[in-house]
Design a protein around this ligand. Structure first.
Ligand SMILES: [Zn+2]
Length: 72
């Protein structure tokens, strides 16, 4: 099992950062975080509570409307 420190604790939902669906791994303080725009400023971090990467990506897709529901 991944150490708790390896979990993704934040995903960024800043609209201006939503340029691609490819999330990059970065740090938010002491925690791992995902954002599609790693050079962007003013991230809008949503606390995931700590998720595996694949689950964190799915959570981000839900939050920004890229999930299956939004495809229609
Ligand atoms: Zn961001």
């Amino acid at each position: 099992m991944a150490d708790r420190n390896d979990l993704i604790h934040y995903v960024c939902t800043a609209p201006s950062h939503r340029r691609t669906a490819d999330l990059g791994l970065t740090r938010n303080g002491e925690r791992w975080a995902l954002c599609p725009d790693l050079i962007g400023r003013d991230h809008e971090w949503q606390d995931t509570g700590g998720l595996e990467v694949s689950a964190a990506v799915a959570r981000w897709q839900e939050l920004v409307g890229l999930g299956a529901r939004a495809a229609a």
